[in-house]
Design a protein around this ligand. Sequence first.
Ligand SMILES: Nc1ncnc2c1ncn2[C@@H]1O[C@H](COP(=O)(O)OP(=O)(O)OP(=O)(O)O)[C@@H](O)[C@H]1O
Ligand SMILES: [Mg+2]
Length: 257
Amino acid sequence: MSTESDALIIDSLSKSFGDIKAVRNLSLDVKKGEVHGLLGPNGSGKSTTMKMILGLIRPDAGSIYVNGLNPEKDPTEVRRIVGYVPESPRLYEFLTGIEYLDFIADIHGLDADTKRRRIKEFLEALELEGRENEMISGYSQGMKQKITIIAALLHKPKLLILDEPLSNIDPKSARIIKDLINGLSREGVATIFSTHVLEIAEAICQRLTIMSQGEVLASGTPVQLRELAGMPGSGLEDAFLKLTGTGDIQEIVKALL
Ligand SMILES: Nc1ncnc2c1ncn2[C@@H]1O[C@H](COP(=O)(O)OP(=O)(O)OP(=O)(O)O)[C@@H](O)[C@H]1O
Ligand SMILES: [Mg+2]
C-alpha cells in the first residue's frame, strides 16, 4: 500500500457529518522530505483531513497510510511518528511551559538528557527562554502556539501535520519555524501544512493541494498551479482565487460598500 519514498498516501477518502460532506473522495500523496501545503477556503475540509490522518476522526470511506501504517488500525504507532499542531490547541493552562513540555517528552519516552537538551534548544530558538517557569495561562496566543509547535517536534517525528501553525507567530519566530521545517525536510521529514497565507505556502511548500468543498480542486507545484489557472505570470493569490472560483471579489466589495 505504500512505497519506500512515501510518507503519506491518502486514497479516495470521504467523511460526512450528517448532511455535510466535509471530505469527498480525496486522494493525496506526500513524499518523504516533501513540504506539502493544504490550501482552501474556510470549511473546505483541511482540518478534517488532518484529523483523519492522525486517527482522531474515523473516515467513512477510503484509506490512509502513514509510513505504511494505517491510523485506524494502528493509532498509537502513527502518533509515535507524527507531530501534530492542531488549529485550536488545548494546552494544560495550569502547568508551566516547562512542565507541559516535560510531560509531552515523557509521554514519548525521551531520556532525561535528550529531553533537557531538546527543550532548551527549542525554547532558545523560539525566544521563550526565561518564560518557561510561568503558567501557560499567562502566555500570549503566540507563546502558546510556540509551545504547541515545540511539543509537536520534541520526539523527532517523521511526518509533521501543522494546521495553520503560524497564525499568531511574530515574523522572526515564523522565519525560524519555516527554516526549521526546511531543515527537517532535508533530513527526510515530510510536512503537511495548512495555511491561508499564500506567501507562506509559496515560500516553504514544494507542492500544494487546493481543496474546495471537501474535494481536491488542484494539486501541483506553485508554478503548475499558476499555469493551471491560466495565470503563469501572476501571484499565487490571484491563481488561488481563480481556481477556487472567488473571482468576483471586486463585485463583493462594491456591494458591501
Ligand atoms: N465535528 C464536526 N461536526 C460537524 N461538522 C463538522 C465537524 N468538523 C467539521 N465539520 C464540518 O466539515 C466541514 C469542513 O470543516 P474543516 O474544519 O475540515 O474545514 P477547514 O478547511 O479546516 O476550514 P478552516 O479554513 O476554517 O479551518 C465544515 O463544513 C465543518 O462545519
Ligand atoms: Mg481548519
